[in-house]
Design a protein around this ligand. Structure first.
Ligand code: NAD
Ligand code: DAU
Length: 351
């Protein structure tokens, strides 16, 4: 099917794993990575494939309609896999408009560019929009998010993602653009920016800094290894039903405090510290406003229809992730200088 694919946000955490998978697995495809290189985008994530003959990087902002039109005109893409976004909930509480611009307007800009470029000829064309389980809001003690759960976003981030999902749907209904959407749970793994729970806490443990647990620490997330998300995206891209949505998740729920204690224990051993040393860093702090209590994905549709299952256990994935951060201190050092320090101060010190 598609041969020329624009992947937006390919220099970010999940995007870089998707770009690598497609570049390596499909040598006949042309993969164009369109990324603005915000604080979260880092070309070091793709150092191993940057010279591949089927890979092209284009620095560009999805808010710039001229830049997008030019890129669509030059490459005439068969498909878009759209991951570019502002992705961190705490930042969305500090600066909601950044999320409206990139996540909502940026997505509509891309839809318009695809519509213009394809000009009614939709054979073998696809706009694949990557969304999140956060659009469904929060669950109680029981139950799961399914593909038919009503949207009820609670943070500016999830509201902006929900809005972009609605625009994708509306463009499919109104202009017949072939689309597919997937809503995934919390990812973890190598190359995740250390503002998100797991890499932030790994970094703080290494540096013997406090581990800031929000509220009572009993919030629940459903964790999926990023390479398994990338594999699900590959499957949905090639075999997903046009116009459909797919939930992706690990059936792997953890209360934050239990996860943090597991991280502390694994890292006591990896850092040759006495058992119990890292747990002493746990510090309960003021809760995140609008904090969703529990997320849990029912991934039975993608399992049933596309035969997808997570390939690694949480223990394997977490060990691999910690080892990656311990072996890539340079990467961590590069991304935690400059602007990151200002953000960290605003989020955690002035409270
Ligand atoms: P990330 O923050 O690590 O990366 C985002 C990338 O988008 C960066 O490379 C950044 O430079 C780029 N970008 C941001 N604004 C841009 C703009 N205006 N123009 C062009 N590029 C821009 O994000 P991530 O965690 O890899 O998430 C990727 C996608 O997956 C997002 O759409 C997110 O909503 C979704 N998602 C994330 C998770 C998760 O756990 N991280 C789970 C489910 C869904
Ligand atoms: O569910 C998918 C979503 O997962 C993605 O759409 C988002 O892009 C991604 O950021 C993530 O959102 P969360 O808000 O769940 O992830 P985060 O890593 O920020 O937080 C995970 C949990 O840990 C959450 O309950 C808040 C808590 N937390 C987080 C941080 C950063 C803390 O207790 N302390 C912290 O310092």
């Amino acid at each position: 099917m598609a041969t020329t694919i624009i992947i937006t946000g390919g220099a970010g955490f999940i995007g870089s794993h998707v770009v690598r998978l497609f570049v390596k697995k499909y040598p006949d495809y042309k993969i164009i990575n369109l990324d603005a290189l915000t604080y979260a985008g880092n070309l070091e994530n793709l150092g191993d494939i940057e010279r591949a003959s089927n890979y092209i990087f284009e620095k560009g902002n999805i808010l710039d309609t001229d830049v997008i039109a030019n890129i669509f005109h030059r490459y005439q893409p068969d498909a878009i896999i759209h991951l570019a976004a502002e992705s961190h909930v705490d930042r969305s509480i500090l600066s909601p408009m950044d999320f409206v611009y990139t996540n909502v307007i940026g997505t509509v800009n891309l839809l318009n560019a695809a519509k213009e470029c394809w000009n009614g000829n939709f054979t073998n064309k696809l706009f694949y929009h990557i969304s999140t389980d956060e659009v469904f809001g929060s669950l109680g003690e029981k139950g799961f998010f399914t593909e038919t759960t009503a949207y009820a976003p609670n943070s500016p981030y999830s509201a902006s993602k929900a809005s972009s999902d609605h625009f994708v749907r509306a463009y499919a209904e109104t202009y017949n653009i072939p689309v597919v959407v997937s809503n995934c749970s919390n990812n973890y793994g190598p190359n995740q920016f250390p503002e998100k729970l797991i890499p932030l806490f790994i970094n703080n443990i290494v540096n013997e800094k406090p581990l800031p647990v929000y509220g009572d620490g009993l919030y629940t997330r459903d964790w999926l290894y990023v390479k398994d998300h990338a594999k699900a995206i590959d499957l949905i891209f090639h075999k997903g039903k046009k116009g459909d949505t797919y939930n992706i998740g690990g059936f792997n729920e953890w209360k934050n405090i239990d996860l943090v204690k597991l991280l502390c224990k694994l890292m006591d051993s990896k850092l040759y510290r006495k058992p119990g040393t890292n747990e002493k860093l746990i510090t309960y702090i003021k809760d995140r406003p609008g904090h969703d209590r529990r997320y849990a994905i029912d991934a039975s549709k993608i399992n049933r229809e596309l035969n997808w299952n997570p390939s690694v256990t949480f223990e394997q994935g977490l060990n691999e992730t910690i080892d990656w951060y311990l072996e890539n201190k340079d990467w961590l050092q590069h991304v935690t200088s400059g602007d990151y320090l200002k953000y960290y101060e605003l989020q955690y010190v002035i409270k």
